[in-house]
Unconditional design. Structure first.
Length: 468
């Protein structure tokens, strides 16, 4: 372990030795992870069961690295809100001490910013707790990054950060529990083939960090789904992304080859938007092909940008647009401009703006599932959007031991909402333009013959259907 001298302050400027990591005795599987970085390792994929101490171990190792090289270090959780709840306000289960206080003892800390979730050490290194949903790459960037619960994180965050780490010789660690065969699974498969990477998968039966048989039995008794148990404690990548709203349908499209790099005309394009006034804004680009089915040809999402930014992005795509479909809340006027999003968009594209139908959330989700089961295609350039649809999932209710009716709000929500609005437009249009089906002619028996049993049954069925 690294030993440092920290100035503890006071009139006598007392100096004492503070050992890092502070009050942490890693288990054997945790020591292997830490030893890799102690030897100068640069990339790690660490797949560990639920409550396996991934974050605690990774933060303690980061503190060591902060004393080896002065710089900025990031710990990136799936969302900013989750990062605050799980890490900044979290406690060690074994000692009851706050995680942050344990990892960053007072003797090494110069300052701590509660709002920004930032800690500066006496040697000048800075640690930030962030969310993959709100990554803004500015300045020199980090020299060390931990992507926590990477399987649930926004893949785009890694794409933004990795080039900086390559340039400055920094390191990256991807720690996670499986969530189906998504971007984390792909990275794990690649890391297994690269001897320069640290790559380990540790189930609860491997680590025995706590009793595996008793834990799984207790989870089953509580009513937790078996697939979720296999996923979280046995690190089973083959278990479906339990609770996913669209995951099964996205996988079905992929199996059929409907997620592909296909050619499509650049005219006749529609856009469907989800607006984030203080959050992310997502846009899907789509068209109706010659077979009267939907081709989704592009996707874009960004965070914290003005509307002018999105207008410029849409125009820079070079498509020929038919209409831009906005959500119902686009009618609200903004404090910054005094005009609604609809009014601003109409100013940019007169006559080409519409408000998407507004069914209930449940009906909208069903419309999106309906669309994904149609003979549609999604272009591979929509990679981040596809991943968002795969990860979009219902909230788990610990009280009822079941998934709720409302999807959880995370990084995937904005893109998934925009797709729901897209589906509502298509579904509504399909219902309006569908040819009316002629009513069957009534059965009129000859005057000299009574109904047969079959005719009576058929007539009854038709009358019932007419009432509906």
């Amino acid at each position: 372990m690294v030993a440092i001298l920290a100035n503890l302050g006071g009139a006598t400027a007392l100096r004492a030795e503070v050992r890092i990591p502070n009050a942490f005795a890693p288990l054997p599987f945790q020591r292997r992870y830490m030893a890799y970085f102690d030897r100068g390792g640069k990339r790690a994929v660490w797949v560990v069961h639920r409550r396996g101490g991934k974050d605690l171990t990774a933060i303690h190792q980061t503190v060591k690295e902060m004393h080896r090289r002065r710089g900025a270090y990031w710990h990136v959780y799936p969302t900013f809100a989750q990062a605050r709840k799980a890490i900044w306000e979290g406690f060690r289960a074994d000692t009851g001490e706050r995680t942050i206080d344990n990892c960053f003892p007072a003797g090494i800390v110069k300052s701590r910013n509660e709002t920004e979730m930032k800690i500066e050490l006496n040697n000048g290194s800075i640690w930030r707790l962030m969310g993959s949903d709100k990554i803004e790459v500015v300045g020199a960037g980090p020299v060390g990054v931990v992507f926590s619960e990477y399987a649930l994180s926004k893949p785009r965050a890694d794409e933004l950060i990795s080039p900086m780490l390559m340039q400055n010789g920094g390191w990256a660690s991807y720690i996670t529990t499986p969530r189906g065969r998504n971007h984390a699974w792909k990275l794990y498969q690649a890391a297994k083939e690269d001897p320069s990477w640290f790559c380990e998968l540790q189930t609860l039966y491997d680590t025995k960090a706590y009793d595996p048989d008793a834990t799984l039995a207790a989870e089953r008794a509580r009513g937790r789904p078996e697939a979720l148990i296999r996923q979280e404690y046995c690190c089973d990548w083959t278990a479906a992304n339990v609770g996913s709203v669209y995951g099964d349908l996205v996988e079905a499209l992929e199996r059929k080859g409907s997620v592909a790099d296909y050619g499509a005309p650049s005219d006749g394009v529609y856009t469907s938007w989800d607006l984030g006034h203080t959050d992310s804004t997502a846009i899907w680009f789509w068209r109706i092909n010659e077979h009267r089915s939907v081709d989704v040809i592009d996707h874009y999402e960004a965070h914290g940008k003005p509307m002018s930014h999105y207008f410029d992005v849409v125009e820079a795509k070079g498509y020929g647009y038919v209409k831009h479909w906005l959500p119902h809340d686009a009618r609200a006027k903004t404090l910054q401009t005094g005009a609604s999003i609809v009014e601003q968009t109409l100013t940019r594209w007169p006559g080409k703006v519409g408000i998407a139908p507004q069914p209930s959330l449940a009906d909208g989700l069903q419309a999106a599932r309906w669309l994904l089961q149609q003979p549609m295609r999604i272009h591979t350039r929509c990679g981040e959007g596809i991943e968002a649809l795969r990860q979009y999932h219902y909230e788990w209710d610990e009280d009822t031991k079941a998934f709720g009716l409302k999807p959880e709000h995370d990084w995937s929500s904005h893109t998934a909402d925009a797709f729901r609005y897209l589906a509502c437009v298509v579904r509504y249009s399909e219902a309006v333009t569908r040819p009316a089906q002629p009513k069957p002619a009534p059965i009129i028996p000859p005057a000299d013959r009574a109904f047969s049993l079959e005719q009576l049954y058929e007539a009854r069925g038709r009358k019932g259907r007419e009432r509906v």
